[in-house]
Structures are given as structure tokens and as C-alpha cells.
Design a protein around this ligand. Sequence first.
Ligand SMILES: NC(=O)C1=CN([C@@H]2O[C@H](COP(=O)(O)OP(=O)(O)OC[C@H]3O[C@@H](n4cnc5c(N)ncnc54)[C@H](O)[C@@H]3O)[C@@H](O)[C@H]2O)C=CC1
Ligand SMILES: O=C(CO)COP(=O)(O)O
Length: 331
Amino acid sequence: MTDLDRPIAVLGAGSWGTALANAIGQKDRAAVLIDRDAERARTMAQTRENTRYLPGVMLSPHVEVTADQSALSSAAAILLAVPAQQMRGALRAVAALVPPGTPLIVCAKGIERDTGLFMTDVVTETVPHAIPAILSGPSFADDVARGLPTAVSLASADLTLAAALAQDLSSPSLRVYHGDDVRGVEIGGAAKNVLAIACGVVYGRKLGESARAALVARGFAEITRFARALDARAETLMGLSGLGDTVLSCGSNQSRNFAFGEALGLGVPVAQASGGKLAEGAFTASALLARGRKAGVEMPVCEAVEALVAERVTVDQAIEALMTRPLKPEA
Ligand SMILES: NC(=O)C1=CN([C@@H]2O[C@H](COP(=O)(O)OP(=O)(O)OC[C@H]3O[C@@H](n4cnc5c(N)ncnc54)[C@H](O)[C@@H]3O)[C@@H](O)[C@H]2O)C=CC1
Ligand SMILES: O=C(CO)COP(=O)(O)O
């Protein structure tokens, strides 16, 4: 366990950051939730509710809400719960406040679009004196905030640290497994979002449950190929952050990525399909595809999602392209 006298800080007070801070608070451990918006932080501190991102969930009394980023200086560990494309900017703004050796646990699921970098690499570039870790797995913020049970995976290159952090974050309703396959855990979280969009499209276009199941299986096969090519472990992909989160996000429109795909399948234009919510896979698709090409990995499902999001193809053209690929061995 990390130093219990020091709080765990959460940077980013959206749905996931708020849910994680509350999960820590419910264990009677002090959490500091940092909202970049001072007015919103003040209101949340008073009302004890994040009405915009997590309405109906009352914050534990052990959660302090603030806009003062200097709280990061005394944290035992920092959870990074901002969207992937905002991670670099958010980290640059606080880098000088993070003491050397502080664990920075990425809770975002995505790849940086402009650089193709995974989130822990962005941490290493922007806050080189910190220790990067990654947390990912099947966990809708709303479920976790309400204390419904689930299990997730936390990885750091230092297995002892990963075990300590997992202990810190675990509770009777949130089981945190640990490991050292950082790349495997972050690939699972980032890639499942792209697959969830594809499954949403199939659902919205009313192609049937058989089509969705076939897509999950083929999509998961390409993610696993990609992971192997990047020296991640296939077993990691079979775990919570890969298979677990794929099962969750590819089968429910509670997933914003699935819901975004569903809207595309129903014919809603890309610009309106997210309904103002975050659909990380829409940004990650192009970066994932580019990294796959660089590694010599064929990723047809990701390719279809990327082309759809870029509006180079229609839904029917994307589906036809997938169905008319040359037949080949299943592996
Ligand atoms: N919501 C969920 O169920 C889960 C989300 N995640 C991941 O967590 C990440 C964040 O997602 P959500 O919290 O759901 O998004 P959200 O849209 O609910 O909230 C995003 C939050 O980040 C803040 N933010 C944006 N840019 C910032 C910056 N530069 N500095 C500080 N704060 C900034 C926003 O003000 C907002 O509070 C995503 O990568 C998502 O994939 C992971 C697991 C579950
Ligand atoms: O990552 C998540 C659940 O594990 C949340 O999924 P969405 O971002 O698609 O809502």
C-alpha cells in the first residue's frame, strides 16, 4: 500500500474521475478530485453531486473537490481521468507540481491521434520524473460510482508497485488485479472502443446478433494480432482490459462508443452521432490503424471504423468491404 496518510488525487472530474474518487472515498481513504473549472468545483464541493457527469450519485465525505492543482504535490498517487486527446495538455499543465517518483495512473482509454503514442508514453514524455501505470477493464462509471461490483486490471513495469496500487484502489465492489504488461492493458482499453463503435453500427443498421458476434470475434482477433506485434502478451488481451471490456462495451449502448456507432448505423451524420458525449474510439481509430500498418498488422475492422468516422465511406460500403474480403484461414 502507498502512504495512507496522503490522499489519492484524481485529475479530471468527469464521469470516470468522479466515480473513481468516490470508490476511493467509500473505502474511507482520502481522495482529492480536481476539476479544472473553479466554479464547477465549488458547486460540487457544496452540493456533493456531479450533476453534469454523474447525476444522482452523492459523493463520499472522504472526497475533497477542488480546482487547486497544487493538491497534486502531496498525493500518494495520481489517477489521470481526462480524455486521451487532452492528456498531454493536462499533464503539461501540472508536471511541475508532481513530485519525483509519484505513480501516475492513466485511467483514459485511447491513443494520441497526432503522435500515435499510448497514454503511458505521453506520461513519460511530459512528466519523466513520475512512474507511469495504467488502469483499465470493464467498468461503466455509473456502475462503479453506485458500488455495483466489477474487476479491473492495473499494470506498471514495477510489479511490486502495481500490487501496492491495486491494494489501494480495491474494495469489496471493485477488485483490482495487477500485472506488469503495461502495453497489453493499454491496448485492450484503447482498441475495444474502436470495436464497440463497429458493433454499435451493426446494431443500429439492424444486421442481427449473429453479425455482432462475428464482428466481436474477428475484431478481437485483430486486436490480439496487433498486441502480439507490439510485444504485449496475448494472455493480457484475454483478461479484463481486453476481453472483459470488449464484452461490456460491444454489447450495450450504455457504452458511449457503442451508442456513437449505433447512431452512425441509424444514419446520423458523424458530427452529431456522439450527442455531445465522449466517444474515444472515434479519435483512436486512425491512430490505431496507423500503428497497425507500421507494425505490418492487417486491421480490417479498425480500417472500416476509421473510414466511416472520416466519412470516406457509407455504412453500407463499410459493411460490404468487410464481407467481401478474400476468404482466408481463420487464424
Ligand atoms: N465513463 C466511463 O464509464 C469510463 C471512462 N473511461 C475513460 O476515462 C477517460 C475520461 O472519460 P470520462 O470521465 O468518461 O469523460 P467525461 O467526458 O465524462 O469527462 C471528461 C473530464 O475531463 C475534463 N478535462 C478535459 N480536458 C481536461 C484538461 N486538459 N485538464 C483537466 N481536465 C480536463 C473535463 O472537464 C471533464 O471533467 C476516457 O479516456 C474514457 O475512455 C474509462 C473507464 C470508464
Ligand atoms: O470504458 C468503459 C467501460 O469499461 C466506458 O465505455 P464508453 O467510453 O464507451 O462509455
